[in-house]
Write a protein that binds this ligand. Structure first.
Ligand SMILES: Cc1ncc(COP(=O)(O)O)c(C=O)c1O
Length: 392
């Protein structure tokens, strides 16, 4: 695979693309949660699962202890469902401060909320113990950690519930999941399928990205054309395209389910091979970048399935602009605090929000492409240093 377009430009999308064969492949047994879980409900978004968890477990009118390092949309979903978030400290290496969590448990606390960041396992077992000691619910947010395990323990199986997002790791048009662990089985409603036009639109766009990734002039041109025509058509026909990856919770979509096509594509994936490729790409970046940027983590824990390579930079906007100009769709990771969280009380998190850039390392990127990615990233970081030196 080339990932270099005929113009000589790299094309590295932030998410995996859809290979046409995946639409017709035979289903493979899913050996990891949520696919392997006996009690699971699928939704359009993971945020819908957060909302339903609050309602289902009666957490509304109570307090939930959440990490100060959060996306924001999960906090919005929880607030919309009626719960009150309180925040606990997370350190500069994404480490949960368990003492701070324990200190903040009060009479109104009903649940602990643990987020596993970008495939890196958080302290699920310790949080489970703490929750049990105080008779609290444990929510495990694996929206960024599908297919990830802590050694032999799959993430999302220690909490009372595990919440997953499918479309950040797999090339599916939508999808979130709520897994209920333990003996108690809730009869969860089966949400309705989303508008097919929306699923179709996301699917076509992932297929075109695949064409472009494979270096075809046809793909690149077609993608540009479809984008232009597509925007007009969607507007003219007032097709409701429910965008994924958005920053805010919208109550209008809370009951929206996952499309049957997502299920089909998800079941066609070779999950083990995805984990393997992501780990391979991550290790490659670690080896190639550690001399120019000290890594956030010096290793990848056994079983972890990285969502991306978290790179610490000083001038986020500049590095992002340089990478994007070279065709790498790097993402600004979690810039803002939810307004309910006092940023001044969590300086390490504020610093993380200023400095982490997502470098793609997903399953679609071959070793050759990763070699180009590493070169571009090294150049971008060196250029950032030069700018800083001149300015200082
Ligand atoms: C930690 C966390 N939880 C939940 C969500 C919500 O995921 P979704 O976009 O599927 O609603 C996100 C989204 O990025 C997230 O980062």
């Amino acid at each position: 695979m080339e990932a270099v377009t005929p113009s000589g430009r790299l094309y590295v999308p932030s998410l995996p693309t859809l290979w046409p064969g995946m639409l017709v492949s035979k289903p493979k047994p899913g050996a990891l949660p949520p696919f392997s879980s006996p009690n699971v409900r699928y939704f359009y978004f993971a945020r819908n699962a957060v909302w339903l968890t609050v309602k289902m477990l009666g957490l509304d009118k109570g307090e939930v202890l959440m990490p100060a390092y959060h996306h924001g949309v999960e906090v919005e979903a929880l607030v919309d469902a009626g719960a009150t978030p309180r925040f606990y400290r997370v350190g500069s290496r994404w480490d949960v401060d368990l003492e701070d969590v324990a200190r903040r448990i009060g009479p109104k606390t009903k649940a602990l909320y643990l987020t596993h960041y970008a495939g890196f396992p958080g302290p699920a077992e310790a949080m489970r113990k703490l929750a049990d000691q105080h008779g609290l619910v444990l929510i495990e947010d694996c929206a960024l950690s599908l297919l990830s395990s802590d050694g032999a323990v799959p993430l999302g199986t220690t909490g009372d519930v595990g919440i997953f997002c499918l479309y950040k790791t797999l090339p599916v048009p939508n999808g979130g999941a709520l897994v209920v662990n333990g003996a108690r089985s809730y009869s969860l409603p089966e949400p309705p399928s989303p508008p097919s036009a929306s699923t179709f639109s996301h699917t076509v766009s992932a297929l075109l990205q695949n064409l472009e990734l494979r270096g075809g002039l046809v793909g690149r041109t077609l993608r540009g054309l479809v984008r232009t025509v597509g925007h007009g058509t969607v507007k003219a026909a007032s097709i409701e395209r429910v965008a994924t990856g958005t920053q805010h919770f919208d109550r209008k979509h809370v009951d929206l389910g996952m499309s049957p096509l997502t299920r089909r594509i998800a079941l066609a994936q070779d999950l083990e091979s995805i984990v393997e490729k992501r780990r391979r790409n991550y290790f490659y970046l670690l080896g190639r970048l550690r001399d120019v940027v000290p890594p956030l983590f010096n290793q990848l824990p056994p079983g972890a399935c990285p969502l991306f390579y978290p790179m610490v930079v000083q001038e986020k906007a500049e590095v992002l602009a340089r990478l994007r100009a070279k065709g790498i769709d790097a993402i600004d990771f979690w810039k803002r605090f939810h307004p309910a969280c006092d940023a001044a009380a969590f300086p390490e998190v504020a610093q993380l929000r200023r400095s982490i850039v997502e470098i793609p390392c997903h399953q679609d990127l071959s070793p050759e492409v990763m070699a180009d990615v590493a070169l571009v990233v090294r150049d971008a970081v060196r250029a950032e240093r030069r700018t800083k030196k001149r300015a200082g």
